[in-house]
Write a protein that binds this ligand. Structure first.
Ligand SMILES: Nc1ncnc2c1ncn2[C@@H]1O[C@H](COP(=O)(O)OP(=O)(O)O)[C@@H](O)[C@H]1O
Ligand SMILES: [Mg+2]
Length: 415
């Protein structure tokens, strides 16, 4: 059968390996493709066999399961499930942070094992081997993509999360920053922890180093790093550290370490969002085909047009939640484009069910590449890649000119 779930079992104890194999042998859609008895062997076998799922015992003689998981997930797209007798939550959380997708008690029940393996398979990171080599770049000189909409509920967070996962591959380390400090929910979309969050970096904005940043970033199963918003709105309100300057410092530090920095923003325009608009290499504007949304985008475009520092050319416009039913009464995309005098770069259909399922599972829809709306989001990622490649040339030819300081947007917000 071509599409069986290929599983690698890692355990230093023979009974442990056999017990899992016996259970997995009963399932027609699962296949044990190999075994490893040490952490080092696990890393080798993962690269050689390219399994879909690794069942990883936590305690091994040469290397602990967490270290092995971290190395493996950095090398190959695979879902790692940790298996342990001790159900130490802290330990498991650490494992999840370095890339494990789930965990199981030892010994697991058959049903638990099957459903966890299937779920892990569904969340397997997407390999991106189709990139032409010359376009690949090592991280270090990152690009900033700020996702924004003047209309709440347009899908900013949905688009930001999907685009971040879509942009990331082995050669392009990517981080998603949730700058919606009060109600940011990127962590909810990705089902990751919010304990360590953007406020920790804002507080240490003057002494940011890679080690501290690494300690605060959370790792999603896809390999994406996430700087989450705080869990509690009270924490956001209490913080004196989160402002345009500290956000700029955080973003600049991340651009030094990552190829792509994708930012989720709140609806309200304030000094932080304005600073992000100005810093952005691309501003990914998200709209929906409704009258209020169109009106708000017109307003925001007026604001951009009055600003000397803001370059309108860096806008990429995505129209989201387009009804699939032609008779829905929604405004036609062509009309939106005309009214806004804005080219529509991506049209993402409305897909309530898929979106709800993806948030419940913490797996962005873009992972399922051949169906809508994953397909359209993937096209949007290609647009962004192409625009960023063009940008590079454009930037080179303008850098000789003196930078304009101040200006309308900044003045408006005392920025
Ligand atoms: N293309 C889409 N089709 C259906 N539902 C969508 C789509 N995009 C977003 N949604 C849903 O709309 C709601 C708001 O999305 P969200 O990304 O949180 O918006 P924002 O961040 O702009 O407030 C969520 O429930 C999300 O699942
Ligand atoms: Mg949001």
């Amino acid at each position: 059968m071509a599409n069986k779930i290929r599983i690698l079992i890692v355990d230093d104890v023979q009974e442990g390996r056999e017990m899992l194999q016996r259970l997995l042998d009963f399932e027609p859609d699962m296949e044990v493709v190999g075994f490893a008895t040490t952490g080092v062997e696990a890393i080798e076998k993962a690269q050689e066999l390219k399994p879909d799922v690794i069942l990883m015992d936590i305690n091994m003689p040469d290397m602990d399961g967490i270290t092995a998981t971290e190395r493996i997930t950095a090398l190959v797209p695979v879902s790692v499930v940790m298996i342990s007798v001790q159900s130490d939550r802290d330990y498991m959380r650490r494992a999840m942070r370095v890339g494990a997708i789930d965990y199981l008690p030892k010994p697991p029940s058959a049903d638990e094992l099957y459903s966890t393996v299937r779920n892990a398979y569904a969340r397997k990171p997407v390999p991106r081997k189709d990139e032409p080599k010359e376009r690949q770049k090592i991280a270090g000189n990152g690009k900033l993509i700020v996702v924004y909409s003047p209309q709440g509920g347009s899908g900013v967070t949905t688009v930001a999360v999907n685009v971040a996962v879509g942009l990331m591959d082995e050669m392009h380390r990517t981080v998603l920053v949730d700058a919606d400090v009060q109600f940011g929910d990127a962590a909810i979309h990705l089902a990751v922890d919010m304990e360590r969050n953007i406020l920790h970096l804002a507080k240490a904005a003057n002494e940011l180093d890679p080690e501290l940043i690494d300690a605060v970033l959370v790792r999603h199963g896809s390999g994406l790093r996430v700087l989450t918003a705080p869990k509690s709105v009270l924490d956001a309100l209490d913080s004196r550290d989160f402002n345009a300057d500290t956000v700029e410092k955080i973003v600049r530090a991340l651009l030094g370490q990552y190829a792509y920095v994708v930012v989720n923003t709140p609806t309200m325009i304030d000094p932080v969002t304005v600073r992000l608009f100005l810093l952005a290499d691309l501003l990914l504007l998200v709209g929906v085909p409704t009258l209020p949304a169109a009106r708000n985008i017109v307003e925001v475009m007026k604001l951009f047009d009055q600003s000397e520092e803001f370059n309108r050319d860096k806008i990429v416009f995505a129209l989201n939640r387009i009804p699939t039913d032609r008779k829905s009464g929604a405004i036609e995309p062509e009309e939106i484009a005309k009214v806004l005098r804005l080219q529509i770069h991506a049209m993402i259909p409305s897909a309530e069910k898929q979106m709800m399922k993806s948030v419940n599972r913490g797996t962005p829809v873009i992972v399922e590449d051949n169906q809508s709306p994953g397909k359209e989001l993937r096209q949007l990622v290609e647009v962004l890649r192409a625009r960023l490649a063009d940008n590079e040339e454009a930037v080179e030819s303008v850098t000789a000119q003196p930078q304009k300081r101040g200006g309308f947007l900044s003045g408006l917000l005392g920025n």
